[in-house]
Design a protein around this ligand. Structure first.
Ligand code: ADP
Length: 380
């Protein structure tokens, strides 16, 4: 035990000394870091000084605060505060167009500058303070890089979604022309051409549905979602989403049980909420061939939970991990686009809710939606 305790004591002391030295020299560190980063790291013109500086003072402040406590600076709870600031830093670098190399280099410059400015405190290359400095910068680099990669992926998905949304939107015009032409053809068609025109209508209808679904998903994915909550009874949202599925359930001879208090008062976006529920109910009826479907609502005070249980053939654990992503489909062999659950998820999340699924893998599944009774208005 003794050598360990002794070591911890050394580290605490080192943390305190490092923290005090950084606090004392903060403005010099900041200035030198900014000069050097501007000179060595920034290659893209047009990066404003304030953008570059953003985050660094906060990062140093947070770091000093943790080090000053003298307790284990790399401890999970202690480090979270200043690592959050490092993560923020990573995100701002995506915005100003830095690559990962530039991001990492900024931290190398920071270490170099701190080392130069407080060299008297360090007491040689093998000292505890020097080691502590290396540790905290390394941890900051890893938090910043992780946040950078996440933010860049997000930006990429957003741009892709915008492009797909734009393309899909452009498909609408030729489709409307085709629908119009089909209607005119029907007027002059001989009776024997009826079945051909019916099949044309069905094809065009499916295409229109697909375009609408892709547009909705991509808009939700691109973050372009308007939430317009209105005061409404839950029954008015849910009932219209059940009509079509109820009919299909009847045709398939499935039981269709619905029990909830339709008077429950909510303030939600009816279109988004209905679309989410309808996708869940449609799926439950589509994927169930024997048995039935059951919908219920649990009142949780500020929130409510809508449950949908069915006796489908189950969803495997691998599929459960991906089904909420766009175009991800299971191996049921049933027709579909893989967009229903992606739409449902985004429609629910946009209103501050969440969506979940569980299944034993071989029989039945349970989907549930958690929603606040009062969603916030959103306009982006
Ligand atoms: P789609 O229904 O068009 O395939 P979804 O996004 O609605 O797309 O669903 C994704 C996948 O999740 C489905 O292909 C299916 O494998 C699985 N799934 C969804 N809902 C159910 C359900 N109620 N029962 C069984 N499997 C389901």
């Amino acid at each position: 035990m003794r050598p360990h305790l002794y070591r911890m004591g050394m580290r605490e002391h080192a943390a305190q000394r490092l923290g005090q030295a950084i606090a004392r020299e903060r403005s010099t560190i900041e200035r030198q870091w900014l000069d050097q980063v501007q000179r060595d790291v920034v290659t893209t013109p047009g990066v404003a000084l304030t953008q570059l500086r953003n985050g660094m003072p906060h990062y140093l402040d947070a770091l000093v605060k943790v080090l000053a406590t003298g307790q284990n600076a790399l401890d999970r709870s202690a480090r979270s505060a200043w690592q959050d600031v490092a993560s923020e830093h990573g995100i701002t670098r995506v915005r100003i167009g830095f690559d990962i190399g530039q991001l990492v280099h900024e931290f190398i410059v920071l270490r170099h500058v701190i080392r130069g400015v407080i060299k008297d405190e360090l007491g040689g290359p093998d000292s505890e303070v020097e080691g502590m400095l290396a540790d905290v910068i390394e941890a900051a680099v890893s938090a910043a890089v992780q946040a950078y990669v996440d933010a860049r992926d997000h930006e990429l998905r957003r741009t892709q979604a915008e492009n797909i949304g734009f393309l899909t939107h452009e498909l609408r015009n030729p489709l409307s022309t085709a629908v119009l032409a089909a209607t005119q053809l029907r007027r002059h068609a001989a009776p024997m051409q009826g079945p051909v025109l019916d099949s044309l209508d069905r094809g065009l209808g499916k295409l229109a549905d697909l375009i609408d679904s892709v547009l909705l998903t991509q808009n939700l994915e691109a973050g372009k979602v308007r939430v317009r909550p209105v005061p409404i009874a839950l029954g008015e949202i849910i009932e219209p989403s059940l009509e079509a599925s109820r009919r299909v359930a009847e045709q398939k001879q499935l039981s269709f049980r619905v029990s909830f208090d339709g008077r429950l008062h909510v303030e939600l976006d009816p279109l988004l909420t209905r679309s989410a529920i309808q996708n869940l109910v449609d799926n439950a009826v589509k994927f169930t061939d024997v048995g039935g479907v059951e919908l219920g609502v649990e009142d949780l005070g500020e929130r409510f939970r809508l449950h949908l249980r069915d006796s489908c053939a189950g969803i495997s654990p691998q599929e459960l991990r991906t089904i909420f992503e766009p175009f991800e489909r299971g191996h049921s062999g049933k027709a579909g686009t893989g967009l229903g659950l992606a739409i449902a998820r985004r429609a629910v999340e946009a209103q501050g809710g969440s969506i979940h699924a569980e299944s034993s893998g071989t029989h039945g599944c349970h989907f549930w939606i958690d929603l606040p009774k009062r969603a916030k208005e959103r306009d982006d």
